[in-house]
Design a protein around this ligand. Structure first.
Ligand code: SF4
Length: 358
């Protein structure tokens, strides 16, 4: 993994977070290996300053502070909602900003949602990030730093790669970051993270799904389907033009043959757009031969987003209830995700409310 650096008062400092234990040990020489291991463990916990490394002597902490920074990125804004959601804006080394979210699933359980791109090129019409456009891929170390920044706020038990960007268009960096996060124990920490508790959500990048099936990592896959009406999906999610639904389905069949894993189909419901009986039938047809659970997500409002000249609206409860009941009537497993994170604009499709990139 490349070493990141930040400029601080004109002095270029190398950042330590995200380095493997071996590289960290090298970097910290002449400190002994056991000291490097102690520092590695602190870094893996998302420590906020060298001073928090309480089992390291003050002299060593001061020396570290002079030579290194903890992270290449900084938390530049933080918002907390009454539902327990915390959204952070992270400013990267080049001034570009991304957002990450801690979603509360009940009192104890928290899920970290991280970004893989600054902005997004996919242009889904219902998504704030899509409206921003694409700035750049997030580097592996910057993905790791999102985990660590979130961990400095609260522990979490699940991870969703559903933040800004299309993860399967930045798969090498994601792979590297997940390997690091999932293999924390190899570096001597107790913070290893099971890949089974990591979900990657794609807009339907067929080549990426094949790549995942063939080369891993062994995570859970979610596809943001939204609608199985091909013509409508081309308009709602332009990615469909180059990744058509029949080929997407073939890719998912291939993925399931290789991995035997259930896939989540996400359906963001837009009032009077993709909730009719026809949409239920098409979705059920798409799901045939696949082992899926459908996750229904009533659209999270974003001002100014339109479809065919009409402002998008969230569906009311009755519309959502009818849609779910009809899907269940077709024998599909359905879950629903309601309004989590909206208060801080940290819900699905809402990321980018902080100034997107500078
Ligand atoms: S929904 Fe996902 S893929 Fe689509 S524009 Fe938003 S971030 Fe990009």
């Amino acid at each position: 993994m490349e070493t990141e650096s930040v400029h601080c008062f004109g002095i270029k400092k190398n950042a330590l977070a995200g380095l493997s234990l071996e590289k960290l040990t090298d970097m910290l020489q002449p400190l002994p290996a056991f000291r490097a291991k102690q520092i590695f463990r602190w870094l893996a916990r998302g420590v906020r300053s060298f001073n928090d490394m309480t089992d390291i002597s003050l002299v060593v902490r001061e020396a570290l502070e002079k030579r290194f920074s903890l992270y290449s990125s900084v938390i530049s804004q933080q918002l907390s909602g009454n539902d327990g959601t915390v959204k952070i804006q992270i400013t990267l080394e080049d001034g570009c900003t991304i957002e990450s979210v801690l979603l509360a699933d009940g009192k104890e359980r928290k899920t970290a949602c991280v970004s893989t791109q600054a902005g997004c090129a996919m242009g889904c019409v219902f998504c704030k990030t899509g409206a921003i456009g694409f700035r750049r891929n997030v580097r592996a170390v910057e993905i790791i730093e999102q985990f660590l920044h979130l961990r400095s706020i609260a522990a979490f038990s699940n991870v969703v790669i559903m933040g800004m960007g299309e993860p399967l268009l930045n798969l090498p960096a994601l792979r590297e970051a997940l390997a690091f996060v999932a293999n924390g124990a190899r570096g001597g920490t107790d913070d290893a993270f099971s890949k089974r508790r990591i979900t990657v959500s794609t807009s339907g990048i067929i080549a990426g799904i094949h790549d995942l099936a063939d080369n891993g990592p062994d995570i859970r896959l979610a596809v943001s389907l939204t609608t199985a009406d091909e013509a409508q999906r081309e308009k709602l999610m332009p990615v469909t033009k180059t990744n058509p639904l029949p080929l997407l389905k073939k890719a998912l069949v291939y993925y399931q043959r290789k991995t035997s894993k259930r896939v989540t189909l996400e359906a963001a419901l837009l009032r009077n757009i993709n909730t009719s009986r026809k949409h239920v039938d098409l979705l059920a047809e798409f799901a045939r031969e696949l082992d899926v659970v459908v996750n229904v997500i009533p659209w999270n409002p974003v001002a100014g987003l339109c479809f065919e000249g009409v402002p998008l609206q969230e569906p009311d409860e009755a519309e959502v209830g009818r849609f779910i009941a009809a899907l269940r009537g077709k024998g599909l497993n359905v879950t629903a995700r309601f309004k989590k994170g909206r208060e801080v604009a940290g819900a699905c499709g809402q990321l980018g409310f902080f100034s997107p990139c500078v």
